[in-house]
Design a protein around this ligand. Structure first.
Ligand SMILES: [Zn+2]
Length: 358
């Protein structure tokens, strides 16, 4: 009897324990999906003390993924670059359907489909290369810009840039969505984010250098290889185990400066060669605009304005990182216009061997 009574008691206790642990589990789950204040964060998630609240912290993976559609202090960081990514997807599709010309971009994409110029336009140097004759000049689309009886401008460096921009923006978006899941995720995704930025900067150099130095193959080779080597080194450094999250901020600022300045040399070289070509100067103005937008972005990124001025007031909307994201997309769009201007300019020039460009 005695033993049975004890058994019953222990069973009861076990049942109570069981329900209690189940309750705790559901509570924990609820807690996990709760937005928390800065003070409640583990050290590795404490990054910006001026953003006071609305943090997601170590949520289960599914909830972290679904937080794409809920409001927290990363929502706009995710969406600013997701929308930027979609803009570049549209640009890519337009190029593939041969609708992207500088006129289209400036006049609201009004050129009808079928008047493709990008992939197929040949340069014959005569007066019949007016827009209405382009359709007559269409041959099989070419991504490699092969020289046939006419002169074609290669399209692939433009795709290199579009690809780089899309990679950067989608990496950033995904990183802002998932980094808060765990310490491992934080380390991995912030590295992914920085490598995305480096990829975009490297890919940005490709098209302008390819088109402006297409008659100086040695210079073109020199600039393109040096940029590729610098880029690969930067990415290797990022994924090296010695780099910890604490070093990321200063590293990103240094990366920005180094890569930004490495564009100044080929740009100055190009202008010294073609300063009497107005389109090159127009492209330069857009590239300077890009530089200023990136610089403004870096200023917001480093100073953490405006949240520094009123901590807690910009947690959800308007904090420095969101402004930085918008400026990065604007800079990439300014660079797109510069590249399209340069491509138009190159297309209107006679081939290198015509002796005009040496
Ligand atoms: Zn970001």
């Amino acid at each position: 009897m005695k033993s049975r009574g004890t058994k019953k008691k222990s069973l009861k206790i076990r049942n109570i324990e069981h329900t209690e642990s189940a309750e705790m589990k559901t509570n924990n789950k609820k807690l996990k999906r709760k937005l928390v204040k800065y003070e409640e964060l583990p050290a590795y998630l404490k990054d910006n003390e001026f953003i006071r609240d609305y943090y997601r912290c170590e949520w289960p993976l599914k909830d972290t993924a679904l937080s794409l559609f809920s409001l927290h202090n990363e929502t706009l960081n995710i969406w600013t670059h997701l929308v930027g990514f979609l803009v570049f997807v549209i640009l890519t599709v337009m190029t593939l359907t041969e609708k992207t010309t500088i006129e289209n971009l400036l006049t609201g994409f009004s050129r009808p489909a079928g008047e493709g110029r990008w992939m197929t336009m040949k340069r014959n140097g005569s007066a019949d290369s007016f827009p209405d004759t382009y359709t007559r000049q269409i041959s099989a689309p070419s991504f490699i810009g092969a020289y046939r009886d006419g002169y074609e401008v290669a399209i692939w460096p433009w795709f290199v840039f579009l690809g780089g921009a899309m990679v950067c923006l989608v990496f950033s978006s995904v990183s802002h969505l998932f980094a808060c899941h765990s310490h491992k995720f934080t380390l991995f995704f912030w590295r992914l984010d920085y490598s995305g930025i480096s990829i975009m900067i490297i890919c940005s150099f490709f098209a302008p250098i390819y088109y402006t130095f297409s008659c100086q193959p040695y210079w073109r080779f020199f600039y393109l290889t040096s940029i590729t080597i610098v880029g690969i080194l930067v990415i290797i450094t990022l994924f090296a185990p010695a780099v910890t999250s604490g070093h990321f901020r200063s590293f990103r600022a240094a990366l920005f400066l180094a890569m930004g300045f490495s564009g100044v040399i080929p740009a100055a070289h190009a202008v010294s060669l073609y300063f009497h070509h107005p389109q090159v100067l127009v492209a330069l103005v857009y590239e300077i605009a890009m530089g200023l937008l990136y610089a403004a972005g870096a200023v917001f990124y480093v100073t953490r304005f405006p949240e520094r001025w009123k901590p807690g007031a910009f947690d959800l909307f308007g904090h420095s990182h969101q402004i930085f994201h918008v400026l990065v997309v604007a800079a990439a769009l300014a660079h797109s216009i510069a590249t399209l201007v340069i491509m138009d300019w190159r297309r209107e020039l006679p081939p290198c061997n015509a002796g005009i460009l040496g």
